[in-house]
Design a protein around this ligand. Sequence first.
Ligand code: PLP
Length: 358
Amino acid sequence: VWNFSAGPAALPLSVLERAQRELLDWNGSGASVMEQSHRGKRFIAMAQQVEANLRELMDIPDDYAVLFEQGGATQHFAQIPMNLAVEGDSADYIITGHWSEKAASEAAPYVRVNVAATSKSESYLRMSARETWKLDPNASYVHIATNETIHGVQFKQPPDVGNVPLVADMSSDILSGPVDVRRYGLIYAGAQKNIGPSGLVLIIIRRDLLERPTRPMAKIFRYVEHAAHDSMLNTPNTWGWYLAGLTFEWLKDNGGLAAMAELNRQKSELLYSTIDGSGGFYANPIDPPVRSRMNVPFTLHDSALDAAFLQESEAAGLLALKGHKALGGMRASLYNAVPLQAVQVLVDFMHDFARRHG
Ligand code: PLP
């Protein structure tokens, strides 16, 4: 079967098989990795290697800290303004879909949110041109979601926002291709699409931003404290950290992020060309330059066929194609763990379904 879930998503099969092999006796310790002390030598050595591998994969400069956090990306919607702004400050938000909209609304109790651009009135089918954004040069930061998991739009390059730090929610496209980390002040990503199990959140933050003054708050909310304690201020998500490490090794063994970018381009082009070439049987109305390479929403020309499409696709071993309830229709998520072969099977099924129901 092939899993097209938007998240929690499939992990590479070899990662799961290795985790299964190591489950009861990790690293010769006689116990599971879940049972290791996070203060123990073995775990710390592994944790450091996982960070080193991520730094190598993403080419993360030394003046950025990497944090292995918890709380889901949603908690960091709030924690980011708590750490980067004080009372009275404002921050610019670029709204390109559900998740950037939610990030802005969750930030609002902690920072004055300036919606510098929004494509909501166009149903998020395109992004507003960079020249039209109303950025404030005094903003604490500019926030974007690089990939909108529900609406299927993606920044292919980071926007130029001058000297104001760019903060990016990369939950659904991190590690899908190379990024120039230096273009960002802070990158954050929930793990459950391209990294590992839910419950782990990666934060990559330029160290100078850790020094910003904040309102009084408990240490557990302060990124600077997490950095000072190597993400072990309290018990980290040890299982998530370990599995993230297996995924990073898998990425290194499979050509790194440049290879992922090429594979994700091929997978998404195969699916979009099938949709566009279906004579109207399938549709994806998103402006082509901003179409996501990770999440492809599409509709059938007659929604009365949706139930049959879902039933038959599942019977054919194609899982989790039901679209998000906000948009209806279908959605195929093409994260790193989804091989080209899976998309080939999907498009073959789509051709066949269209032939039989067209
Ligand atoms: N941001 C994006 C782009 C997402 O896709 C999601 C979840 O799917 C979230 C944030 C929220 O993540 P979490 O459920 O881990 O809080």
